[in-house]
Design a protein around this ligand. Structure first.
Ligand code: ZN
Length: 239
């Protein structure tokens, strides 16, 4: 007889398939919990008391914040194809700002040009003045654009601007697929994000390479390409 007992959960079965199904489900839960731990996912924790005929026991209940709706992988594929085929054009003021907003809206994002306000959503980290644009999980529907960046006046008048945004959109999509924008894939995360933008969002590899030339963590290579493919497939952790 196979028996599984934990915290008042007692079940008995003579059926090997039942037991296997039970353990498989428990193992899947455990792997999910381990993954959530690795990505520092936040849970709400409550302790419930249960009373049974033989006594009472406590159960620790972990619940997740499911308030934000994540599109299905198929919906994400379709969004990515639209971003990859998006061709922007300059507006009346000679910039790609409007096109950028159109492209962001495909993925449900909007632009916030108050870069410093990002500090409200991740107070523990400093707002990097060398960053041209940024995504942060604390405000996942927003792409912050640094209008104070010294290259800003030039970049917004170049298609480079759209590729910068594609990089930020890649952060957002990795977040949608992996529940974190920093999946534990053992490569430089910014390089992986650049690879993702090139492979799935139509960003120009040479452009992103030249932007990141003086920042080694942004470099793309075979490993970051492989990690991007892995995140894209929903395999967001490697041992
Ligand atoms: Zn980035």
């Amino acid at each position: 007889m196979l028996e599984a007992t934990s915290y008042g959960d007692t079940r008995r079965s003579m059926n090997r398939n039942d037991a296997t199904a039970y353990y498989t489900a428990k193992l899947a839960d455990l792997h999910q919990l381990e993954y959530d731990f690795k990505i520092h996912k936040s849970y709400n924790i409550s302790i419930q008391t249960h009373t049974t005929a033989t006594g009472s026991y406590f159960e620790i209940v972990l619940t997740q914040d499911d308030s934000h709706h994540t599109p299905s992988p198929q919906q994400l594929d379709s969004i990515e194809q639209q971003i990859a085929s998006f061709r922007g054009q300059t507006g009346q003021n000679g910039t790609y700002l409007q096109s950028g907003e159109q492209m962001l809206s495909i993925v449900g994002l909007h632009a916030d040009y108050d870069f410093q306000s990002m500090g409200n959503y991740r107070p523990s980290t400093q707002v990097d003045r060398y960053a041209f644009a940024a995504f942060c999980e604390g405000k996942a529907d927003t792409n912050f654009v640094n209008t104070g960046h010294e290259a800003y006046p030039y970049v917004v008048r170049s298609t480079q601007y759209l590729d910068e945004l594609r990089h930020e959109i890649a952060h957002h999509l990795v977040y949608s697929r992996c529940e974190t924008s920093v999946p534990p894939l053992h490569v430089e995360n910014e390089g992986m994000t650049n690879s993702y933008a090139v492979m799935y969002l139509g960003a120009n590899r040479d452009t992103l390479n030249s932007i990141g030339a003086s920042f080694p963590e942004y470099a793309m290579n075979a490993q970051t390409d492989q990690a991007a493919a892995s995140a894209h497939a929903g395999t967001c952790v490697v041992d």
